[in-house]
Design a protein around this ligand. Structure first.
Ligand SMILES: [Zn+2]
Length: 209
């Protein structure tokens, strides 16, 4: 249960709320949570000035405002012991990472036979937007993108970028490791409208209130 406590940061409140919802709740629990969340929103709203928040906190605040606990269908996608347990991390509140990554893999990387793992990062990070971890064979996305209004082309472009890391690998020269090599960049720019999408990403990150 999340405590109503103004000392808790927006990001940790939002993160805890999110975790609770994706891990599956009973209807009773959702109803209690909903009431509690409405109360928290009412308490926070008068003193929060979105334009004064850090970029990460803006996304946490956006999440808190847009989450509608009673209408997001958590009971359907999170029956304990079924799909939710294996895929619970990739399934967001609004965006399903594994299906985004899989679509992009099928279209752009048909030779890649198996899908990577997909997971949401634990932060509303506006610096680390997405990354690929070779050891875990895992693509991770920042929570800022688990939103109903994330443009689909941004999701696809980020998935493409990370799948490209998976395909191209790291180049080592004199002990230094290079991820974004010339080869990487020229392949990255094969993605349709990549330039537009890059500016869309900046707009999405820096103009969200
Ligand atoms: Zn990269």
């Amino acid at each position: 249960m999340i405590k109503t406590d103004k000392k808790i940061s927006l990001q940790s409140y939002a993160f805890r709320l999110r975790k609770l919802l994706v891990s599956g709740c009973s209807l009773d629990h959702l109803l209690i949570q909903h009431q509690h969340h409405q109360k928290v929103l009412a308490e926070y709203t008068p003193f929060i000035k979105p334009e004064k928040l850090s970029y990460g906190d803006r996304f946490a605040w956006k999440f808190m405002r847009e989450i509608n606990i009673l209408s997001t269908g958590f009971l359907n996608n999170s029956t304990p012991g079924t799909e939710a347990e294996t895929n619970g991390q990739a399934k967001g509140i609004y965006q399903d990472l594994s299906s985004v990554v899989d679509k992009v893999r099928t279209i752009w990387f048909p030779e890649m036979e198996t899908p990577p793992n997909t997971v949401w990062l634990k932060h509303f990070s506006t610096r680390k937007l997405a990354h690929y971890a070779k050891k875990r064979d895992e693509i991770a996305f920042s929570l800022v993108f688990d939103s109903p209004d994330t443009p689909p082309e941004i999701m696809s472009y980020l998935a493409y970028h990370e799948l490209l890391h998976r395909q191209v690998g790291v180049k080592e020269v004199n002990g230094r490791r290079y991820h974004h090599t010339g080869e990487f960049k020229s392949k990255e720019q094969l993605f349709p409208n990549w330039r537009d999408i890059e500016s869309q990403i900046s707009a999405f990150i820096y103009t969200t209130l």
